[in-house]
Structures are given as C-alpha cells and as structure tokens.
Ligand binder design. Structure first.
Ligand SMILES: Cc1cc2nc3c(=O)[nH]c(=O)nc-3n(C[C@H](O)[C@H](O)[C@H](O)COP(=O)(O)O)c2cc1C
Length: 246
C-alpha cells in the first residue's frame, strides 16, 4: 500500500507537534507493511490556484503552474492509495499551506456537473486516493476540531477513512506530561497499524489519542497564561523559552 503523508506545519521537525504525531502514526503504518513517504510542505513550492480553468479546458488534467505541485506532488498524490493530510489547526481549520495544496488538486476533476443523491459533483478523471486527516491544536477542548471535521467530511465524503485530532498538543513536549505524551504517541502508532490492517481506527484507540492531558481546563488555561506572561516578560518566543529553561 502506497501512502503519501503531507505535513503542512511551517515549523521544523522536532518543534512541530503535527510532525511528532505524524511520525508516530507513520511508524505504525510502516510496521503494518505500508510504503510511506512523508513530505513537509514547507519545503515545497506550491503556488496559489489562479482560477484560470486551463486545467479543465486547454490542458485537461494539467495545471498552468510549473512548480513542485505540478512536477512532483500532484503525480505522487494521484499514485497514492492513501494520503494523510496532517495540519496544525489554524483558525479552526486546515492552515493556509494545506488549503493551497487542496485547491491545487482541481485538475483531478472535470468541469462538468453530475447530480448524485441530491448533490452536485464534478466527475473525476481517475480514481482518487483515500484520505486520512490528522490535526493538532493549542486549545484543550476536542470541540475545536468540529469545523475542520465538518469541512473534511464534505470534501472527501466516503473517501475519508479516519480523522485523528489531538487538542492541547503544545503540552506534549512539556516535561511534567512526558508519561501521558508517550501513551498518546503509542496510541497514535497503534492507529497507524489499525489503518493498514483494517482501513479504520478503533474508538478505543481514538479515545487514547484524545485523552485530556489536564482534566480541568480552567487549570490548563491558568498554566498556559502564566507561561505566556513569562515569555512576554522575558522577551522570548516559546521555542526560545524552551531552549533556555528546558
Ligand atoms: C495562526 C495560528 C492560528 C491558530 N489557530 C488555532 C485555533 O483556531 N485553535 C487552536 O486550538 N489552536 C490554534 N493555534 C495553535 C496551533 O494549532 C498549535 O500551536 C499547534 O500545536 C501547532 O502545530 P505545529 O507545531 O505542528 O505547527 C493556532 C496557531 C497559529 C500560529
């Protein structure tokens, strides 16, 4: 099984919480025998769709842009059995880099409109890869992902195999939560194994991934606020803070 794992975080590996969870899931997928390629989208040039519809008319299936999306990513996307869309939650949805990627998959569709079960669709030129969505957020409530979930269900429909959402993700690298973080990452690896074995993730595994790091969200907010106040007082970004104080 060929899997393309896209990470749209602008942060480097080791800092990006999306990357930490994605790596854990990919380990499980590889253990299950899948051939997985991870691509950090921050290293690729993917220009904005300009809405010219050249890919629907003059060069059917091919975009006018001559960038990494046209030359490398789009062909790899089409050849994959599963694509993992791993994104930090930005303003309650995929971040801009992931959205640009998604918009640039338009050449896979034809312009015509088909009516199926009361909904309008564009026909696709060839079979599309199944989708798995993975996202991380700063806030502690799982409900922060509800808009993203509704979006990806609309976008991928029956092609959406699984969704993995980890709230309070910034706490995963904090020393007091090391044990809990390890259990969350182990469950994420298990999710990768399950996806390869059965193309779905059990509720038990999802519950382990989404388990609260701190049960009381008021205490979580107090702790986060004191961290941010210190950063402001010391004139440090969070990663500079972590380097200085560990
Ligand atoms: C521009 C921006 C928007 C964000 N929007 C949200 C949000 O809507 N909800 C939330 O819980 N966290 C939000 N966050 C926090 C990130 O989701 C969180 O820091 C995440 O761990 C970043 O993932 P990364 O380390 O892989 O980049 C936002 C962060 C940034 C920089």
């Amino acid at each position: 099984m060929k899997i393309l794992a896209l990470n749209s975080s602008p942060r480097a590996d080791g800092v990006s919480k999306t990357a930490i969870l994605l790596d854990a899931m990919v380990n499980g997928m590889r253990e299950g025998g899948a051939d997985v390629e991870i691509i950090p989208l921050r290293k690729k040039s993917v220009k904005n769709c300009i809405g010219c519809y050249t890919c629907w008319t003059k060069t059917p299936g091919t975009c006018v842009h001559n960038d990494d999306m046209t030359k490398e990513l789009f062909p790899k996307w089409l050849e994959s059995d599963i694509v993992v869309y791993a994104t930090p939650l930005y303003h309650y949805t995929v971040n801009a880099r992931m959205k640009v990627f998604i918009e640039r998959t338009l050449p896979a569709c034809e312009p015509f409109m088909n009516r199926v079960d009361g909904r309008t669709h564009h026909p696709i030129r060839q079979k599309l890869p199944k989708a798995v969505v993975l996202s991380v957020a700063g806030f502690p409530e799982s409900s922060v992902f509800s808009y993203l979930s509704s979006y990806v269900n609309m976008l991928f429909g029956k092609g959406l195999l699984a969704e993995i959402y980890r709230p309070a993700a910034e706490s995963l690298t904090l020393p007091p939560f090391q044990e809990k973080a390890q259990a969350i990452l182990d469950a994420t690896t298990q999710a990768g194994r399950e996806l390869i074995q059965s193309t779905k993730i059990s509720k038990e595994t999802i519950d382990k991934i989404t388990v609260p790091i701190i049960e009381d969200f008021d205490s979580f907010a107090t702790m986060a606020n004191s961290f941010w106040k210190t950063c402001i007082q010391e004139g440090l970004t969070p990663s500079e803070f972590q380097k200085k104080f560990g």
